[in-house]
Design a protein around this ligand. Sequence first.
Ligand SMILES: [Zn+2]
Length: 281
Amino acid sequence: MDIEYVNCNLCGKDDTTFVTKTVQDGQEFKLVKCASCDLIYLNPRLTWDTIKGIYSENKLDNFQYYLNTKDLDEQTFTERLNLIRQYTTPGKVLDIGSSIGIFLHAAHKQGWQIFGMELNKEEAKYSEENFGVKLVSSYGTKPKFDLINMSDVIEHFTHPKEELQKISKALKQNGLLLISTPDFDNKLTRKVAIKPHEHLYYFDKTTLTKLLEDTGFKVLYIESTTRKLSLKTLRYSSSFNTSKVKKFILDIIVYTKTYKIFDFFVNKTNPDLLVIAQKIL
Ligand SMILES: [Zn+2]
């Protein structure tokens, strides 16, 4: 596993304080906070080539998980699209990391023309065949889209600032960006969202706003939110279902239907941030 040291992606400096550490597969990882702009990030971290390898090993598990959370995800995304309608009317939407296409399926029902970008070939194919998603392999450089969505994507980027600059070019003037990401101000997130093999950045309202403003966006909406989930479907999650014991406990919870109690509380925890930002440059 190759590692690399990086400077702060937001302000470019290399002056940090220690936040916390975690161990995955016997390897210790540290989260640090930039002394200059407060951005929290993993440093050192795995190189992109190593991370890509891990993604391709996990892909089958994720596909199963997304199929099982389809209905809950559609509810979550429909609510987010309803919120978007307060700011714009349906046009062309691109979903970055479109997975099996549930966000775009919900958008299509509301009159959007749907475009998706997904590295996982199996998931991309599913979205094309089942929901008519038009797949693209790059953002493009022409301002084409009225809305770009990134659900739980930005924390995975190796260079979020540079990525947002590219994404901005694909948006029409006054186009909107819809982002969800773990909220590192949330206590639950601090416990469960530290995933050093996947999440390289840990945003809160302040640092995410700063990142968006630095890349030519104006934040119109930023609130805590929950991507609806259920213990019933966590059985299929590769990050949760890590041992036979956990799987067994989850099986009992599902069999006895006690997951309904857990779900009620879990869906009130608001572990994520939901942001709507408008391109102003
Ligand atoms: Zn910084």
